[in-house]
Design a protein around this ligand. Structure first.
Ligand code: RB5
Length: 148
């Protein structure tokens, strides 16, 4: 799988740990994040990865900031993106099986590296179940084109 990864200044070390982990699983990883600890603005990195997933340049995206919250919020503003922030593997797995998430976010200030690997592994192993879940995901995506 081709995976786009993005991060802000809080998560450079975690990003490299995750790149190594993903590559050890045989995935191709494209780095869209910052590589320095100089303070930066997470929305641009969330947007970069989200656009790569939207455009089919990446199959899935992984985003890391202090909490995972801000960077996932930014990603979710891009049409076609379903980004979830998770701190444990169960929600990560179900977010793929039921919600067909295409971006996973987590916080480097919230989870340690080994837990982050378990979260990412559970998400990558999971497959969207379709069926009734597709109807609900379609309802979510239809909100993007609704007018108030
Ligand atoms: C940066 O200090 C921090 O706000 C950011 O990494 C993230 O946690 C935002 O949601």
């Amino acid at each position: 799988m081709k995976i786009g990864i993005g991060n802000d200044h809080t998560s450079v070390d975690m990003k490299w740990e995750m790149v190594a982990y993903l590559e050890s699983l045989g995935h191709e990883v494209v780095n869209y994040g910052t590589d320095t600890r100089e303070s930066c603005d997470y929305p641009m990195y969330g947007k970069k990865v989200a656009c790569a997933v939207r455009d089919g340049v990446a199959d899935r995206g992984i985003l890391i900031c202090g909490t995972g919250v801000g960077i996932s919020l930014a990603a979710n503003k891009v049409k076609g993106i379903r980004a979830v922030v998770c701190s444990e593997p169960y929600s990560a797995k179900l977010s793929k099986e039921h919600n067909d998430t295409n971006i996973l976010a987590f916080g480097s200030r919230v989870v340690g590296t080994e837990l982050a690997k378990m979260i990412v592994g559970a998400w990558l192993d999971a497959e969207f179940e379709g069926g009734r879940h597709k109807r609900r995901v379609d309802m979510i995506m239809a909100i993007e084109t609704e007018r108030e």
